[in-house]
Design a protein around this ligand. Structure first.
Ligand code: DGL
Length: 241
């Protein structure tokens, strides 16, 4: 089967990588909306507009399934599903399920938009989990090269006085900072891509990967090759908003 996976940029590649590890014989299309990132600073209306044009693109490409490899857009999965008959999977649902069966008290790191939206936190609380949410506005922009410095200790300071059983990396960019986050908070992290790849049921056919980005830069090429651990030819494809 053919799947379409999207995110604002390189973060969703952490999800795609896990899916490809678990399901090596899939036809995968990836769309990174690098021209419009960071998604974590967009309003709900903007995120819907941006996401729907990616859904239309995947419809043209005739994918069988769409995977939102973005925590921010996953809060809006029900909205996106109204625009297409193609089944959409998100990263929040499986992460909540997993957390429920393993932990009682967690921290949730995510983008400002995810924390403001509150759906991720609400779903965890509904399952009886004690959640300490923290918006990390500097993380994704730094990882995409939009800012040159990042003070992880400073960003994580509000969480340092409590003890948690685990920390949910609620933005798909954050596994790229996994070691630093674990060291700063002295606690294990939960990776949404790993959880989704374990849970999702996909029918395998033949392996093929095509990666589209709305804007390609040399830094982006380097980052993509590093994450996927191979040389990938990026196709620049700007979708009109
Ligand atoms: N990787 C995305 C997420 O999981 C979006 C990061 C951003 O563009 O702000 O939330």
């Amino acid at each position: 089967m053919k799947i379409g996976v999207f995110d604002s940029g390189i973060g969703g590649l952490n999800v795609l990588k896990e899916i490809m590890k678990k399901h090596p014989n899939l036809e995968c299309l990836y769309y990174g909306d690098t021209l419009y990132l960071p998604y974590g600073e967009k309003s709900k209306e903007e995120l819907i507009k941006l996401g729907v044009r990616i859904i239309r693109f995947f419809e043209e490409k005739q994918v069988d399934r769409i995977i939102i490899a973005c925590g921010t857009c996953s809060s809006l999965v029900e909205e996106y599903q109204k625009y297409t008959a193609i089944p959409i999977d998100d990263v929040i649902g499986p992460t909540v399920e997993y957390t429920k069966s393993h932990y009682h008290k967690v921290a949730l790191l995510a983008t400002p938009a995810t924390i403001k939206n509150g759906i991720f936190e609400k779903k965890l609380v509904q399952e009886g989990i004690e959640v300490h949410p923290l918006s990390c506005p500097g993380f994704a922009p730094y990882l995409e090269g939009l800012s040159e410095t990042l003070n992880i200790e400073e960003e994580l300071k509000p969480l340092q006085s409590e003890n948690y059983e685990a920390v949910i990396l609620g933005c798909t960019h954050y596994p790229l900072l996994k070691e630093e986050i674990e060291k700063t908070l002295s606690v294990a992290t939960i990776d949404m891509g790993k959880i989704l790849s374990e849970k999702i049921n996909l029918k395998e056919s033949a392996p093929l990967l095509t990666v589209y980005m709305s804007k390609v830069t040399p830094l982006l090429e380097q980052n993509v090759n590093k994450i996927l651990e191979r040389e990938i030819l990026l196709i620049e494809k700007n979708l009109p908003v």
